[in-house]
Ligand binder design. Structure first.
Ligand SMILES: Nc1nc2c(ncn2[C@@H]2O[C@H](COP(=O)(O)OP(=O)(O)OP(=O)(O)O)[C@@H](O)[C@H]2O)c(=O)[nH]1
Ligand SMILES: [Mg+2]
Length: 193
């Protein structure tokens, strides 16, 4: 499905670059350290095209990756990490909101990532409601499932179903490429039409 992928550009809050670009797009959103950038690498089958880090707050710009010369898969900065740099956080939230509004027409789905160790947090639910208000298509993905026990996975699924109004919940982990491939199929269905 993915024949080519390359880094296209970064957009930060200062540049607030206007897009005259009608390419369809998939956004990856979630709290810091939830595996946004790593999941993109897994989908691309690349080791480190998308920069990852164990230090929270690695991604500070919207990073656009051009897939098959046709679509953007975009790695977004984190939301809801109140402990670090208040001003910076405000900048990142503004960037996310501005970006969503700017690209609304072209975004085919927003992938919202939930950490299976933390369960859905207030900031996740806030973001979800905001996306619903914007009438965005939403794809919920629970990450790091290799780090929790089976019973906890069941618990996180039912908490997600409650918090996210019975959306389909996708599970992923680094060790289960089969789940990543299923997610990839779903995302392509959404972007190709
Ligand atoms: N156990 C486990 N760890 C993972 C998995 N995927 C990623 N990680 C680790 O989680 C850490 C954070 O991953 P990133 O992909 O950089 O997270 P991010 O959401 O992009 O973080 P920010 O850019 O800071 O918002 C890295 O150290 C990864 O190696 C997984 O499936 N299982
Ligand atoms: Mg990142």
């Amino acid at each position: 499905m993915i024949k080519s992928v390359k880094f296209e550009k970064s957009v930060d809050i200062k540049s607030k670059e206007v897009f005259f670009d009608e390419k369809k797009e998939i956004l990856f959103l979630g709290r810091s350290n939830v595996w946004k950038s790593s999941l993109m690498n897994a989908l691309f089958e690349k080791k480190d095209l998308v920069k990852t880090s164990s230090m929270p707050g690695k991604t500070r710009t919207a990073n656009l990756f051009l897939v098959n010369n046709k679509y953007y898969f975009t790695d977004m900065p984190w939301y809801g990490f109140a402990k670090l740099w208040k001003e910076k956080k405000q900048d990142l939230d503004n960037l996310i909101n501005w970006y969503l509004e700017e690209r609304m027409q072209y975004i085919r789905t927003v992938v919202v990532l939930i950490d299976s160790k933390l369960w859905p947090q207030e900031s996740d639910i806030e973001m979800y409601r905001h996306l619903l208000d914007m009438e965005m298509d939403i794809t919920i993905v629970v990450t790091k499932t290799d780090k929790v026990w089976n019973n906890d996975i069941k618990r996180v699924i039912s908490l997600c179903e409650e918090a996210f109004f019975w959306q389909t919940i996708h599970l992923v982990s680094a060790k289960k490429t089969i789940w990543v491939n299923e997610l990839k199929k779903e995302l392509f269905k959404k972007i190709v039409w």
